[in-house]
Design a protein around this ligand. Structure first.
Ligand SMILES: CC(C)(COP(=O)(O)OP(=O)(O)OC[C@H]1O[C@@H](n2cnc3c(N)ncnc32)[C@H](O)[C@@H]1OP(=O)(O)O)[C@@H](O)C(=O)NCCC(=O)NCCS
Length: 202
């Protein structure tokens, strides 16, 4: 894999790699809501749904959180599909507690090769180019891979909280200050030119 890593909007250009990743168990959502069997015939509809704004979220105290502007991006290298990076350009109250600005997932066959580090670095760089430099990233306390990624990048642990979904999990909340991410992992290069045509969902 010699092409630079980059974040792109989901498109049929990466259909082969994306369908292969799904066959490995990769999903476009960590919420479990993306369990559908996607075929080449239904892929275009699926990709369109990925960019639709979320639904308002009712909290336990009766308040309702509006969806926030977000970008659903894929991490690719040339024709290789590697994973996804979700970015939120603003946070509502629920996301400020848990969820944060950036989420990432690497397809199973490409894990443990440094791409998780790259996903967070590129997500931060993407947000920085759109004016968001103070960034919250959260992960489950037991997610050792994600913890290593966030801590290696200099995330500052604010606290540990109980997961709002009542699962009993503990969530670690890290902040990044207004610094452009540096290249800190060997063997990979962050592309200089990121895709800059951000479409903010209403
Ligand atoms: C977490 C995840 C993104 C890591 O991706 P990855 O490409 O394997 O990560 P990297 O190869 O960049 O590895 C990052 C570090 O974590 C370590 N690591 C990765 N997976 C690990 C695991 N399961 N257990 C312990 N350490 C792990 C690596 O050894 C590496 O450590 P090092 O930098 O000190 O050498 C990936 O496992 C994944 O997609 N998980 C499911 C979704 C998820 O949990 N997303 C994060 C939500 S906050």
């Amino acid at each position: 894999m010699h092409d630079a890593l980059e974040l792109v909007y989901p498109s049929l250009d990466h259909a082969d790699g994306y369908l292969a990743a799904r066959a490995e168990g990769f999903r476009d959502s960590s919420s479990g809501s993306d369990s559908a069997q996607i075929s080449r015939d239904t892929l275009a509809d699926h990709l369109a749904r990925l960019q639709q704004p979320g639904r308002p979220l009712a909290l336990a105290d009766g308040t309702v959180e509006d969806p926030v502007p977000f970008g659903h991006l894929w991490l690719v290298s040339g024709s290789h599909f590697i994973g996804r990076v979700g970015v939120r350009y603003h946070l509502n109250r629920a996301l400020r507690r848990s969820g944060g600005h950036v989420g990432y997932e690497i397809r199973p066959s490409m894990q443990r090769q440094g791409f998780g580090h790259a996903a967070l670095a590129l997500g931060r760089a993407h947000l920085a180019t759109h004016g968001t430099k103070t960034i919250l990233v959260t992960c489950a306390d037991g997610n050792l891979g994600s913890r290593r990624i966030i801590e290696a990048a200099g995330g500052c642990l604010e606290d540990l909280i109980d997961a709002p979904d009542g699962s009993g999990q503990r969530i670690r909340r890290y902040w990044f200050g207004p610094r452009v991410p540096e290249q800190f992992w060997p063997g990979l290069s962050i592309p200089v030119a990121l895709h800059t045509s951000v479409k903010l969902n209403p």
